[in-house]
Design a protein around this ligand. Sequence first.
Ligand SMILES: Cc1cc2nc3c(=O)[nH]c(=O)nc-3n(C[C@H](O)[C@H](O)[C@H](O)COP(=O)(O)O)c2cc1C
Length: 361
Amino acid sequence: MTRTMTQAQNSHKSGKEAGRAIRSGRIGFWQKFRLLQRVVTNYAYDARRFRRHAYLYEARRREQLCARVLADAHFLEYGMALRNARPGFGVQRAVRLARDLCQLHDMDAQDGRGAEKSKSMMAIGRSVLSSYLEFNAQTQQGDLDEVRARAHLLQQHVTTENPAGTRTVTREAIQSASEIDFAGFAAARHSVRQFIPGAEPVEEIRRAVSIARTAPSSCNRQTCRVHAFTQPELMERVRKHQAGNRTFGHELSGLLVIASDLHNWETVGERYQPWIDGGLFAMTLLYGLHAQGLGTCMLNWSVEKTQDKLLRAELGLGDEHLVIAMIGIGWLPDRFSVCASHRLECDDILQLNQIDKSPPH
Ligand SMILES: Cc1cc2nc3c(=O)[nH]c(=O)nc-3n(C[C@H](O)[C@H](O)[C@H](O)COP(=O)(O)O)c2cc1C
């Protein structure tokens, strides 16, 4: 009898398999109680982090101000892009945006290192203000004078690189850019768990992250950050915290950790938004990597607080960084097996809601 077979038989007896243990038999009262305790403790962990970092009361920290700048800039862009855009709308938002930008500007003047972090937000916020003031060139409202004065003080942050405000697009341009075999592209993506050795895919990751920037996000807040690892010794340190790569992780050429910054949220209702935005971002990133010819496998971060803290300590990620998921990346062999992963039928998923207009019989 080989050693592997003995191990397999032993694990079968104990109900354990490679990966996740399976439960068998009835659960007793105390087991249920302890499970419930873990549910409550882990919810409390999430809630405490959300309360601590979101700006539920006021935005004081640089990160919170940056987040509010992006959200308020989006509010103004949104209003200007509407079919019946109304001059004078959102003045209070514009005032808050202008004040936040000035506060960031002052913070940056005191701390040059931090300034680098708010550079993009300053540029976006300031450009949206320009666009908003242009839109309101004929509007007479006292509060707009404050916005104009503050915008003037922030002149140095105007950038022509990032168009902000609104822009006109055409159906023709959208449709011609969409003339691709997207169904074929999507169907050719598989979770890959066999790889060949290859170069560190740094440029490919960079291009994929650039594509992932196009993912939609709540109020354009763009809360996700990608922590990328391509060197074997670093990848090893990260991947040992994640169980789902155990059988193939050593073949990876890259490992990405996607995290969302909890400083970005303003209301209690947004408490699950980081996971939603994170999921959309992760999927766009996955397609971005797929477009570079790389094989990918999503790696779950379905863990409890102790494990989460261990990973964050390993990566040096503060309490405000909510880890969403990881992505394993590698070079594709010429020929290999993947799971068929048969999908449900469209009618299993889609419920088309329509008023029944057939004549009564
Ligand atoms: C959030 C998420 C976490 C996942 N975690 C793992 C994982 O830890 N290990 C793994 O091998 N596959 C993981 N997968 C891959 C799924 O098993 C796979 O997407 C699914 O079976 C469908 O197969 P396909 O991706 O080949 O279409 C994960 C997928 C998602 C969306």
